[in-house]
Design a protein around this ligand. Structure first.
Ligand SMILES: Cc1cc2nc3c(=O)[nH]c(=O)nc-3n(C[C@H](O)[C@H](O)[C@H](O)COP(=O)(O)O)c2cc1C
Length: 352
């Protein structure tokens, strides 16, 4: 197995077999205010949204998970079939394997389905020269877009993961300019990978011309934990310790939704596991929510299993909208909430 292939396979295996979830789910700190008089019939509630000029049946994207190894094609096929049927957005995992090793089948599979919003994926560290590798050119990123017929390209920020990964890419100087170069040529968003985007970073990113941000904050998958398990396996004591120490590092996802509100659409991800979490993210100001790890076991099984899960999540969202008296997503977005626990502490201190 080639290096990238092994790493991608490890990420899936470790995410399924080990506990890689951050210790606190901050979405549970958000309490929506109950409305005893909804004055809207449950069946008349409209959960649909427009995002990046595409209509989705609910504010949900399955965010980047995988690509570039044998099982990835099956996972992406199951996800693509379900997302097309359910009118949910879908992102592929890092397309580095497709670009560097010509391993395209697990990505191009998306083109076989009518997915309403397709999102490509490249890593920000790959946009600048690293110690042993040249940078991807803007033309190569365009090729990645074409590979999945993407509507939007996601550039992921994953320096926490790189720092905890044996042999990770540690060069970061010049990334903001590189993002600007890509955003000038194609519709681009920036996404984190589980450590959240602070207000300061969001302001700098807005200046690059990106059209949105997936804040991917703390509450769900910890890539430091994933790398800790991988490091342990190969006896890399240094990376194992770093991964463990930083496993809860970052801005909690709901806090990041508020902080990153600089006038661009926000995708709220990191620890989203149910319809109530999605509703909470909309109340906090997100345009859409995103989920990865929670959908992975179903994606390993079948498109049918993914559809069942998405149907359940859609039903839960509808109930949350019913119980807050929200006939559509715009109405839900105008509702109030109460912040508790760690999330309230973060917001009080960051705003104070
Ligand atoms: C197995 C796995 C692989 C992932 N690979 C990528 C990737 O290649 N590119 C990327 O931008 N994010 C990747 N992510 C991060 C997710 O898109 C998401 O931002 C993060 O996992 C937080 O969401 P969650 O708590 O719902 O998992 C991956 C997540 C998982 C679980």
């Amino acid at each position: 197995m080639k290096n990238i292939e092994r790493r991608k396979a490890d990420h899936i295996r470790v995410s399924l077999e080990e506990n890689v979830v951050q210790t606190h789910n901050n979405w549970d700190d958000i309490k929506l205010v109950h409305c005893s008089l909804p004055e809207v019939d449950l069946d008349d509630i409209d959960t649909s949204i427009m995002l990046f000029r595409k209509r989705l049946s609910m504010p949900l994207i399955v965010t980047a998970i995988t690509g570039g190894f044998k099982d990835a094609e099956k996972i992406n096929r199951n996800l693509a079939e379900a997302c097309a049927d359910m009118k949910v957005g879908l992102g592929v995992g890092s397309q580095r394997a497709g670009l560097e090793e010509g391993d395209e089948a697990s990505y191009t599979v998306l083109k076989e389905f009518d997915v309403p919003l397709r999102i490509g994926n490249v890593g920000a560290p790959q946009l600048i020269p690293q110690k042993r590798r040249k940078a991807f050119s803007v033309d190569q990123v365009k090729k990645a877009m074409e590979m999945v017929d993407a509507d939007v390209m996601a550039i992921h920020l994953n320096y926490l993961q790189e720092a905890a990964q044996p042999g990770g890419d540690m060069r970061a100087e010049g990334v903001l300019d590189a993002i600007r170069d890509v955003a000038r040529e194609m519709p681009s968003i920036v996404k984190e990978t589980g450590a959240g985007i602070s207000r300061e970073t969001a302001i700098r990113l807005k200046g690059t011309g990106i059209i949105g941000m997936d804040i991917s904050g703390v509450s769900g998958t910890s890539f430091a934990s994933v790398e800790m398990h991988r490091a342990k396996q190969v006896g890399d004591v240094r990376c194992e310790a770093i991964g463990r120490l930083f496993s809860n590092w970052g801005v909690p996802a709901p806090v990041s939704v508020i902080e990153a509100d600089v006038g661009l659409p926000i995708i709220a991800s990191g620890g989203i596991t149910n319809g109530l979490h999605i509703a909470s993210s909309v109340v906090l100001g997100a345009s859409c929510a995103g989920m990865a790890r929670a959908i992975l076991p179903a994606a390993m099984r079948s498109a049918e299993a993914v559809k069942e899960l998405l149907t359940q999540i859609g039903d839960e969202l509808k109930v949350a909208m019913f119980l807050t008296g929200s006939e559509d997503i715009a109405a839900l977005a105008s509702k109030d909430c109460v912040l508790t626990g760690e999330t309230k502490e973060w917001i009080d201190q960051r705003e104070g």
